[in-house]
Design a protein around this ligand. Structure first.
Ligand code: ADP
Length: 330
């Protein structure tokens, strides 16, 4: 990997794009590893918006006390339109220059990394990315911060729904997050014994689903759990319910959309661990001159992937997963 010689002494850290539980643990790791290595660390509020508006403050070790267990992000996050334009990014650069900040750590998703690539190329500011997204859909890493917590929140909620569903012999269609990726649906669905899991990576065969429900009804299997990712291609949980009712008018069917509860809450142990490791290694990257990469973990080893290669993993869910769903729910 290309190494650029440029010693950094004052770094900025921000969280950008969709929030994910565990971002605070990553901020804490960046701040404390930076200070340990005698770097000054500055927190940039509301992602690239705060960079452009010069909403930046120096962080001390104590500034990040008691946050490892908290969801959300103390630096707040935002989507920033101005940063898509060169003029916006230039304003951001001028603020960094004024404050003597010579490198940045960006905690966010692939969109935030794309912004960082442009910024680093235009203004020669080394940037390091930390993958924070509940969707786990970034190529080059087995883990992203927030996924484990989100999926456990979904499992807890679905378990509760299953109790009431079982008491009434109902079909439940539960929609979980995942606009482009079905990992939350797949993992939470398998872990809760779902009969059907509908994900964006596969074309939904709604007729097969309805036929399956009719057959299970004959076999007196009256409880049916269908977990749907929000980006599923038939039209989401409401459409699936409508279609089932059209074909089986007597079906007792309810829809539940889990929504934003999946983004919140105290991060799981795993998310705190990977956030701490990634935060620590992101600072190490800057010290070693390993610039413009994002920090990933593969096969339990740190991986450094060029920021410009940060893309969403698409269609990467193997057929075996769905075979397991079918066999185990029969
Ligand atoms: P995520 O990082 O979670 O994927 P977004 O895709 O919304 O979220 O990106 C977060 C922010 O990163 C955007 O609001 C914008 O400020 C910046 N960004 C994303 N893509 C680009 C791009 N191609 N050029 C410049 N900035 C970008």
């Amino acid at each position: 990997m290309k190494k650029i010689e440029k010693k950094v002494s004052r770094i900025g850290v921000l969280t950008s794009g969709g929030d994910a539980p565990g971002m605070n643990a990553a901020i804490r790791a960046v701040v404390r590893t930076g200070i340990y290595n005698e770097l000054e660390v500055h927190g940039i509020m509301r992602g690239y918006q705060g960079l452009i508006e010069d909403d930046i403050m120096k962080l001390e070790s104590r500034s990040v006390a008691n946050i490892i267990q908290r969801g959300g992000t103390i630096l707040k996050t935002a989507r920033c339109k101005e940063f898509y334009d060169y003029e916006g990014r230039k304003k951001g650069y001028e603020n960094l220059k004024k404050r003597g900040i010579d490198a940045m750590i960006i905690i966010g998703g692939d969109g935030s990394f794309r912004g960082a690539v442009k910024f680093s190329q235009e203004f020669n500011i080394p940037c390091i990315g930390i993958a924070g997204t509940i969707d786990k859909d970034i190529y080059g890493t087995d883990f992203t911060i927030g996924f484990d917590t989100a999926v456990n929140t979904a499992v807890e909620a679905i378990d509760k729904i299953r109790d009431t569903m079982d008491a009434h012999d109902r079909i439940f269609v539960i929609e979980v997050m995942g606009r482009d990726a079905g990992y939350i649906a797949l993992h939470s669905g398998i872990a809760t014994g779902a009969e059907n899991i509908l994900i964006p990576e596969r074309k939904t065969d709604i007729d097969a689903l309805v036929t399956g429900l009719q057959e299970t009804k004959k076999r007196k299997k009256l409880v049916n759990l269908i977990v749907v990712a929000e980006g599923e291609n038939f039209g989401g949980a409401d459409e699936v319910q409508r279609k089932i009712l059209k074909e089986i008018p007597t079906a007792e069917i309810r829809v539940c959309i889990l929504g934003h509860i999946q983004r919140g809450g105290s991060p799981s142990c795993l998310d705190r661990l990977i956030a701490s490791r990634m935060g620590y290694h992101s600072v190490e990257c800057l010290i070693e001159g390993r610039y413009n990469v994002f920090v990933g973990i593969m096969n339990n080893k740190m991986h450094y992937i060029p920021l410009e290669n940060a893309v969403k993993t698409k269609g990467k869910i193997g057929d075996e997963w769905l075979k397991i769903v079918k066999i185990l729910a029969s």
